[in-house]
Design a protein around this ligand. Structure first.
Ligand code: G5P
Length: 224
């Protein structure tokens, strides 16, 4: 069996983690695990963790570490047979340390996108909550304004993309991300990509991963 590949992708809100993760999952056959999706699933099914998480998200704050690790780490334990890409976790040093004690990572991708670009992107972001499909009214608009391409259901703007919550999220991100970036730099697995456009970053990530994920064999690929 080929070696399993484990990666995380970090970046501020709107940096393109979700968009790039989908491309990576598609091209390299990794499972894409999004911490934001886990949180939103728990909010919509009204679990205890979800009810608690909603109070933080609505204020543009991070969900507390103990809630996130309780949500995420058991999901990773179910993934021992798969290569995966974890999107949005870890956000804090405590989360990075918790992840480090449960598995070894091969690569940490860090997206470094200018603040003005982030604000502009999120202002135009709409999502289809049941599927998690993300649209941007400029970058990748739906075929019909306001409606999901696949189901035709209504798109919504997330609470935490509204301007008041957004500024708090971006400010807070910078403070908590620095120790995580330093943590992965010290391990020698940090790869930072800086640009204003996902389409310019993507070829560089694709090249990096092509060297890191040799031939993923069918037994290590996820069933997509
Ligand atoms: P999430 O869901 O992890 P965020 O805020 O980190 O949320 P977000 O906002 O989903 O991440 P992203 O995944 O980095 O952003 O970016 P994306 O969705 O791919 O792209 C953003 C928009 O820009 C989209 O509309 C996309 O189409 C567009 N876009 C992409 N590239 C380009 C481009 O090149 N040009 C243009 N014009 N547009 C582009 O987490 C949600 C909340 O859950 C909690 C937190 O409260 C968080 O805020 N949470 C955690 N809390 C604690 N610890 C954790 N580990 C947590 N994980 C989640």
């Amino acid at each position: 069996m080929s070696k399993l590949f484990r990666a995380v992708i970090m970046g501020p809100p709107g940096s393109g983690k979700g968009t790039i993760s989908e491309r990576i999952a598609h091209n390299f056959g990794l499972k894409h695990l999004s911490s934001g999706d886990f949180v939103r699933e728990n909010i919509s099914s009204k679990t205890d963790a979800g009810v608690l998480a909603k109070t933080y998200i609505n204020k543009g704050l991070l969900v507390p570490d103990h809630v996130m690790t309780r949500l995420l780490l058991p999901r990773l334990e179910e993934m021992t047979k798969y290569s995966w890409l974890l999107d949005g976790f870890p956000r804090t040093l405590a989360q990075a340390e918790a992840l480090n004690s449960s598995c070894d990572l091969d690569v940490a991708i860090n997206l470094n996108i200018p603040l003005e670009t982030l604000k502009e992107r999120l202002r135009h972001r709409w999502i289809h909550p049941p599927s998690g499909r993300v649209y941007n009214m400029c970058f990748n608009p739906p075929r019909i304004q306001g409606l999901d391409d696949i189901t035709g259901e209504a798109l919504i703007q997330q609470e935490d993309d509204r301007p008041e919550a957004l500024v708090a999220r971006l400010r807070h991100y910078k403070d908590v991300a620095k120790p995580v970036i330093d943590f992965y730099k010290a391990k020698g697995i940090l790869y930072t990509f800086s640009d204003t456009e996902t389409d310019r970053i993507w070829p560089n990530i694709n090249t990096l991963l092509s060297t890191k994920i040799p031939a993923i064999q069918s037994d290590a690929r996820c069933a997509s």
